[in-house]
Design a protein around this ligand. Structure first.
Ligand SMILES: [Zn+2]
Length: 425
């Protein structure tokens, strides 16, 4: 059976690549996820599955733990899931992938078309090629191979493709509200075929600094909001230095700088000869697993307000600080989880190497499974580079390898029979 499955994945490889190209060529940035979700649903249908396509209902999930408040609507931005029913008795599994990608702007900084899915030297280039459309292709083609080989599973297997992993996680949260559950979950995020065992917590903050607008000829008597934003940004960096200087959990001992307070957006002013009335910047904040998000927020606000009091204008006109989108707690997974035994075994059988563990200084959707649903979850996906940067790429050999490891892991996990052997192929 093992040989047949691996041979099937090999035989389907060109088709899997073509499917991956189709994913990358559909730019699924925030608000534009529908075309890629329809494309995936068609593929699932063609494989004989019945995709469930639904729209996130913020009212339904807003009281669930892990919910992130948003400022945008959910119309025409579906989630997709499909379950392959097992015959009963085996363990169940969810394979989850996010279809949303971050913007590719400025596109002229790319040496290739960010939406072109170009292949060169064994790599595919494009926004989302690594993060994480190749993981989605791998999980779907692992299931396709199992179906085409007529391998009967005992436990149920669910495929989920969700939106908003890059800003809230509300897509995966909504799949929990929808009732999809299992004994374990794997998310094929591009972590170079390692197994994720820890990730930091992430939040987004928006800081709005007021000025006093005027014509530039009277600038010396006005208050420039952009200039007043400087000390507030410095305050953010001070806080970041303090957070990283403090003791860190063993999971992150190998990371030089685990907690990144990233000033990711800035907006201020509207005319070069006008003194800007307002400047807004947004920060991605990080914290360790186990830290209380509300406490991290309080610390952030307190520090910025303290710095604001040192400035005569800012003390009278304190910045407005709002937390929105990501409210992601950090999380860890025990190495003793049975899921790691299965993944480790199949990783070794395909690559000949021991499975390595990884601690991520970002967030992934595994938190919804591990923290709030009693489902043990990890990430295991291909090797990629330049994530969230120009010229993002994925190593195609690793995509094939992940497809194989996932297919073998699904069969082992969802069957109560003895470990996979070549007998009966
Ligand atoms: Zn990702």
């Amino acid at each position: 059976m093992r040989t047949g499955l691996l041979r099937r994945i090999e035989r389907n490889w060109e088709q899997e690549l073509e499917f991956l190209r189709g994913l990358v060529r559909r730019p699924s940035t925030l608000g534009n996820e529908a075309p890629v979700q329809r494309y995936i649903a068609r593929e699932l249908e063609e494989m004989g599955l019945k995709p469930d396509i639904w729209q996130i209902d913020p009212a339904e999930i807003s009281r669930m733990p892990g919910y992130s408040p948003v400022e945008w609507p959910y119309e025409s931005r579906p989630n997709v899931a499909a379950t392959l029913r097992g015959s009963g008795g085996g363990r169940s599994l969810i394979l989850n992938g996010h279809v949303d990608v971050v913007p590719a702007t400025p596109e002229h900084h790319w040496t290739c078309d960010p939406w072109g899915a170009e292949i060169s030297d064994g790599r595919m280039y494009g926004r989302g090629a690594a993060d994480m459309k190749s993981g989605i292709a791998a999980m779907i083609y692992a299931v396709r191979a199992i179906k085409e080989e007529d391998i009967a599973l005992e436990g149920d297997l669910t495929l989920e493709t969700v939106i908003e992993e890059e800003c809230t996680g509300n897509g995966t949260l909504s799949a929990r509200a929808r009732g999809y559950t299992a004994d374990a979950a794997i998310i094929p995020e591009p972590f170079a075929q390692t197994a994720l065992e820890a990730q930091v917590g992430v939040m987004w903050a928006r800081v709005t600094v007021r000025g006093q607008g005027a014509h530039a000829e009277r600038a010396s008597g006005a208050v420039n909001a952009i200039s007043k934003a400087y000390p507030m940004m410095e305050a953010v960096k001070e806080l970041e230095a303090k957070a990283n200087a403090a003791g860190r959990p063993a999971y992150f001992a190998g990371h030089e700088h685990p907690l990144n307070y990233n000033i990711g957006r800035i907006r201020g002013g509207d005319w070069t000869s006008s003194v800007p009335e307002e400047c807004t910047f947004e920060v991605r904040i990080a914290c360790y697993p186990g830290e209380d998000l509300k406490e991290v927020q309080r610390r952030f606000k307190r520090h910025l307000m303290e710095r604001a009091r040192e400035d005569s204008w800012l003390s009278e006109n304190p910045p407005e600080i709002v937390f929105y989108a990501f409210q992601a707690e950090g999380c860890t997974v025990e190495r003793s989880e049975p899921l790691f035994a299965t993944l480790g075994e199949q990783h070794r059988s395909v690559t000949g190497k021991e499975l390595q563990f990884y601690s991520f200084t970002g967030t992934t959707d595994i938190r919804f499974f591990n923290l709030y649903s009693g489902i043990s979850a990890t990430c295991y996906g291909p090797l990629g580079g330049n994530l969230h940067a120009p010229d993002e790429w994925v190593d195609l050999e690793s995509v094939k390898s992940v497809t194989q490891v996932l297919a073998l892991s699904i069969v082992e996990w969802c069957s109560s029979r003895e470990p996979l052997s070549d007998e009966g192929t």
